[in-house]
Structure formats: C-alpha cells, structure tokens
Design a binder for this molecule. Structure first.
Ligand SMILES: NC(=O)c1ccc[n+]([C@@H]2O[C@H](COP(=O)([O-])OP(=O)(O)OC[C@H]3O[C@@H](n4cnc5c(N)ncnc54)[C@H](O)[C@@H]3O)[C@@H](O)[C@H]2O)c1
Length: 673
C-alpha cells in the first residue's frame, strides 16, 4: 500500500462503508475462545456498547456479525475492520499528522500490533495472553485518526482502549493519558475482568501492551539474563561459573520466549518446555532457541551430552513442563536452577495448560467445560510443585518468576508454603535477585526506540549508551560496580545477539543517573543530526512503576507492599514533568486485581525542551521508587537515595531511622505481652 493510501486509511477513521467480512486466518496465532460469562441481557448490553461507534443505519447489518463474534470468541473484536495495510512500526516521517509526539505514539501502537511482535495480533493482544492494546479494531482506527489530527495543544484521553476524545491542553502536557482496567477495588476479581471486558467497557493492558511500550522479547531478555546470571552467582561455589549448569523452566511465549536466549547469553544449558507447538516453532524460527525436541528420552540424552561437554545451548521441549520435572527426577538429571514462566497470572483462560491432555483438548475444555478445566489446572499445579520439591530436596535453586506460580499453586493446595504458613517455600526472583541487587539502587529496564527505523541509528545509540556507562563506571561506588559491568557487557553484545524484533529498539538496565545521561547524550546527537528522533520508555516492571506485592514490591517488608501509592504517584509525577504519554494499569504480570502498574513514553527530538523534560522526568521516575524502597528500610535504597540527594540539592527525602531489634523484641518481654 502506498504512503498516500496508508494516510487516507488512517484519516478516514471509521470507514463510511462497512467493509466485507475477513477470513479467519489459521496461520496466525489466535487468542483462545474466552469464557462465556454474559447473561442474555448482558449480551444485549455488549451489542449496544459495540454499536455505539456506528451510525444507526448500519446497526442492522453489523449486529449479527458482532453477536456471532461474541458467541464464537467470547468478545467482539470487530474483525472486519482490521486494516488491510501491513502492521509494523514505520519510520516516524511516514505517519500523517500535525504533532511529532503523536506520530511517535502511532509508531509505537503499530509496533505493538506487528505480527512479528504481537502474540495474537488479530485480537489486538500483544503478550501475556490478555495484554491488549485495544479491545477492538474500531478503537484502534479511531485512536489513530485522533492522533493524526491532534496538535501539541491537545491531549487524548484513553479509557481501556477506548479513545474518549481530544481535550484542549498545552505543549508541556502529555499527548495521551492511558488508563487500563482501573476498577473500583471490590470489582477486580478475575471474573470481573471476563465480564466487563466482554461488555466492552474495560481491558487488560498487561504492562507494556496497553501503554504501547512493548518491544518484543528483547525487552525481557536483558532482565532474564541478569536474573539467571545472578541466580547462578548465588549458588556458585568459589571459582565456579555458570558454565555447564542446567536451567529448567517453561514458556516460549511473549516474555517467556526470552529465556533460552538469556540462558545462552548468560552461558548455561537451558531447557524450556512449551505446550503450544506454534509458540515453540516461532521462537525456533527466530533463532531464539537452538534445539527443538518433542520426546522425553531424546531430551534426557541431549541434556546429558550438553552437561558432559559443558555446552552453551538452549533446548526447547514441546510438551508439558510437569512431564520434564518428573522425568528429570526419575532419570536423576540434576537441575541447578529452576523456574517457570507459564502465564499463571491468567490460569483459567489459557495461561497454564494441564498435564495429561493434548493442547487442543485443553483449549476445547477451557471454552466448553471451564469448571473441569480449572480442576485439571489445579491438579497439575499440585503435581508440578511436588516434582519441583523433589528436585529442590536434591539441591536445585528454584525461584518464582513473578508469574504467580507459587500463588496459584498455594491456592490449588500444593505443597509450597513455608513452615510459618505465611510465606512461600521459595523466593521470588525480585525478593532474592532483582529487588536487592537492581531496583533498590535504581537499576531498571530503560529502553528506547529509534523512530527513524534505521538499524544504523540503533547501532549509534548503542555506542553512545556504552560510552556513557563506561565513563560512569570509572566513578561509580563499589556497591554498583557489578551492575555497571553487567550492563556494559550487555550493551556491547547487543548487536551481535540480534535482539531486534519489530522496531529498532534497545533495552538497557540503568540507574537514574545512567538513564538521564544516556537520554541527554541521545538528545544532543539528534540535535547535531547524527541520529533521528528517539522514543524513550521503560517496562512497567521497574523500580517505581509497579506496586505488586508478590513481584516488583515483594522485597518491601514494612507492610506497605499491599499499597499502590507509589505507582499512582509515579504516573501523575511523570505526566506533569514532561512525559509524551503516560499510562496506569490494573492487572499485568501477576493478574487482575493483584497489581497496579504504570509507565511512560517520551519523544526526544533534539530540542532544548526535550532536554529539560528528560532530566526532570527521568529523575523523578526512578527516585520516586528509590525513596519508597528506602523508607521501607531497604539497605541498598537508603544508600542510593542518600547518594541521589548529594547529587541533586533540590531533592530532600525523609530517610528512616533504624530501630534496634533487641529494643522491639525486649519491649514485649518487659511489658509481658
Ligand atoms: N520474563 C520476565 O522477566 C517476567 C517477569 C515477570 C513475570 N513474568 C511472567 O511470566 C509469565 C509469562 O509471560 P509471557 O508473556 O511469556 O506469557 P505467554 O502467555 O505469552 O507465554 C506463556 C507460555 O507458557 C506456555 N505454557 C502454559 N502452560 C504450560 C505448561 N504447563 N507447560 C509448558 N508450557 C506451558 C503457553 O503455551 C505460553 O506459550 C507471565 O505471567 C509474566 O507475567 C515474566
């Protein structure tokens, strides 16, 4: 399609003439049929809600089609309105519009729906099974039209994918404010999502999907590499390295697909089980996993060879993870590191597949017999935990990968509770690794996208970022030397590791100072014409963006981990400090009702205004979380916030006084209570 035709398609918004129905393409990975949850009256309401986007005279023609979608898929996606042009992040100057900032947002939206990036592109799901960019194709079309028409003195308000409209604002305001799945707290159970999403009034934005900041599995490779590396460091004896160690896990989906690649970069042997052959084949064809095996005996043989030769190799097993844990136990194959990245934040709708039945059978049961499906999932979780327990008894280090594995296993009655009956037997990766080693010091998944779409721009930004970090490392305190070294090694190997899927994007863990200095250097390079504009962002899975008691804030021990003030403060603070767009979500990662998370996007265009904004916003975006972590008495964060105050005299933070344990314990004995 020519650029002119592409522009016209965007500017028309909702087509005047109803387009022909589209064929259901079997080659595309589709979302599973959603649970039928609406009553007859609620179905009528869902239809009224869908039809309010269209002129009255079209209702009669559309209503049957929409009812058919609701009955067939459990949702109204308005599939016939899916555009005919190829979906991918075009260079920024190929978008229609009056605002460069709005064009950057269009680019990011299209990247999140690119077939190479999105998990279920036709259902507008980017990752995580439910992580939606929009609820339906009309919301997409309308939003793109608004973005193409808006000026820098307007802001688009988006309610869970629905573009409410353009409101007058000002140049320093965000161009888009996104809220996803924000519910009155008592209406935030998983079935509430099923119901209100089917009604078309809310959506699950996951983390970066509903904020247009997902950049493919690369975004997570870095974090996973850091996690696997540090997990191995934790269990290694002196003079031992990660070489020859076996990492067993599950999931080759959106984020989990990064595990084999991360295993290779960290330098170990990894086995990743995946029940969906399509997902496994996708990762294999992208070169993200080295070997595909669907036979358990063959898998054992291959692992034995890899161990003997101390290979760096990633193996995908097409099948259920529970079978692998059990088989390795029987065959006495020692697993050094174990985890799981099935989508247990979404256990009843395709996130976790029961053992003993085929993938197809499971999909059928999920839609037609959800109660039995739930029973099977819970029975599988009990087997899963029992098999893991056998391995940990032999010395395996197992950690929860923030996918609610331990939470759901405990709910299923599996043996995963610690002796005190409150905590889990195993730590989460944030409690043991990412929290104390990274987040408390401000290190988190900073990322950028080169809006020119040019690989050479990405290469230049890699060089710039590396030079900044190397300079910083020379004067960094001992406490963060290891993180700096890991991040420099990452950025040096980034090109060689061929991580780009979709837009020309890069992820790099960096602290507040690192993010600001790198962004400032990019902005200067843009001003000099060395590179085109750059979109900055981050995962919500970060220092300050997310309140999630079993994940990002699981290493907060002052009782405040069940509060969500930090995430809300963060997104409000970002929005008046210069973010181009902000978003705040319920759900994401660990499940609906279990987390509040937020993020931002920021366009760097080489101007002085961009320089001012980046400094002000990135400083807050990281230090907000450090201050909260410091107030919770986290040692690394107390160190980091004191250092931040030395660097910025206008930063004045309340630092906690530490109370002696003996005093607190003793007071009860004295008072005999
Ligand atoms: N990578 C990270 O850094 C990170 C961090 C925090 C949380 N997580 C969590 O990891 C989970 C996975 O994320 P995703 O984007 O990859 O989700 P996804 O749904 O795209 O992928 C999960 C994959 O697991 C497979 N699967 C389900 N049950 C299985 C089973 N029993 N055996 C083998 N395979 C099975 C599914 O077929 C699917 O492909 C999410 O809950 C996410 O929140 C990941």
């Amino acid at each position: 399609m020519s650029i002119e035709a592409f522009h016209q398609d965007i500017l028309q918004g909702i087509p005047k003439v109803i387009p022909a129905k589209k064929e259901y393409e079997l080659s595309i990975n589709h979302a599973p049929k959603r649970k039928a949850i609406l009553s007859r009256d609620e179905k009528k309401l869902a239809l009224r809600n869908a039809l309010r986007y269209f002129p009255k005279e079209q209702h009669a023609e559309l209503i049957e089609d929409f009812l058919n979608e609701l009955e067939t898929y459990g949702r109204i996606y308005m599939l016939r309105y899916r555009p005919d042009y190829t979906m991918f992040a075009r260079p920024i100057n190929e978008y229609p519009g009056k605002s460069e900032q709005a064009k950057a947002i269009m680019l990011m939206i299209q990247n999140n729906l690119d077939y190479a990036v999105a998990q279920h592109p036709h259902e507008l799901i980017t990752y995580g099974g439910n992580g939606a960019v929009f609820q339906n194709w009309i919301q997409y079309r309308l939003s793109m039209k608004y973005l193409a028409e808006m000026t820098d003195e307007q802001t688009l308000a988006m309610y869970s994918g629905h573009p409410m409209g353009l409101f007058p604002s000002h140049k320093e305001a965000p161009r888009v404010v996104v809220t996803n799945g924000m519910m009155i707290p008592n209406y935030s159970k998983p079935d509430d999502w099923e119901k209100f999403n089917a009604l078309g009034v809310t959506q699950y934005g996951q983390m970066t999907a509903g904020s247009f900041m997902y950049i493919g599995p690369q975004g997570i490779v870095h974090g996973t590499t850091i996690t696997v590396l540090n997990a191995a460091r934790k269990i290694s004896k002196a003079n031992e390295t990660i070489k020859g160690k076996l990492f067993l896990t599950a999931g080759l989906g959106g984020m989990s697909g990064a595990q084999p690649k991360a295993g290779n970069i960290a330098g170990c042997i990894s086995v990743t089980a995946e029940v969906n052959p399509k997902a496994a084949n996708t990762r294999y064809s992208q070169g993200w996993v080295d070997v595909l095996i669907d036979d358990l005996d063959e898998l054992c043989n291959r692992v034995r060879i890899a161990k003997e030769k101390q290979e760096v190799v990633s193996i995908a097993f097409i099948g259920n993870i529970v079978d692998v844990w059990e088989k390795f136990d029987k065959e006495n194959i020692f697993v050094d590191l174990g985890s799981d990245q099935t989508s247990l934040h979404n256990p009843w709708a395709g996130g976790y597949y029961p053992v003993g039945i085929s993938f197809e059978e499971a999909n059928e049961m999920m839609a037609n017999n959800p109660d039995l499906f739930k029973e099977k999932v819970q029975a599988t979780l009990r087997l899963h935990a029992a098999a893991v327990n056998k391995h940990t008894a032999k010395g395996t280090y197992f950690f929860d990968y923030g996918n609610a594995f331990l939470l759901e296993a405990s709910r299923a009655g599996a043996d995963v509770m610690a002796a005190n009956g409150i905590d889990f037997k195993y730590p989460s990766y944030v409690q043991d690794i990412l929290g104390p080693m990274c987040f408390d010091y401000g290190f988190g998944p900073f990322r950028w996208v080169c809006a020119s779409g040019k690989p050479e721009d990405l290469a230049k930004t890699d060089e710039i970022a590396c030079a900044v970090l190397e300079e910083m490392k020379k004067r960094s305190p001992e406490e963060i030397q290891q993180q700096m070294a890991d991040n420099i090694q990452w950025i040096k190997g980034a090109q060689e590791n061929k991580l780009v899927v979709g837009s020309q994007a890069r992820i790099l863990y960096a602290d507040a100072e690192g993010r600001m200095l790198i962004a400032e250097a990019f902005n200067k390079a843009i001003e000099k014409g060395e590179i085109g504009p750059v979109v900055l962002g981050r995962d919500h899975h970060d220092v300050s963006g997310t309140d999630s008691p079993y994940r990002e804030t699981s290493n907060i021990y002052d009782g405040s981990r069940f509060t969500a003030d930090m995430a809300i403060q963060n997104v409000i603070g970002d929005s008046f400090r210069g973010a181009t767009w902000v978003s705040i979500h319920n759900g994401g990662g660990v499940g609906w009702g279990e987390v509040i998370n937020g993020g931002f996007g920021m366009l760097l265009d080489g101007t002085k205004e961009a320089d001012r904004r980046l400094k002000m916003m990135l400083h807050w975006d990281v230090n907000n979380g450090i201050s909260r972590r410091s107030w919770a008495r986290n040692e690394g964060a107390i160190f980091a916030i004191k250092r931040a105050m030395e660097m910025e005299p206008n930063l004045k933070i309340t630092v906690p006084e530490l109370v002696e344990d003996a005093l607190v314990d003793g007071v009860f004995e004295k008072a005999s209570v």
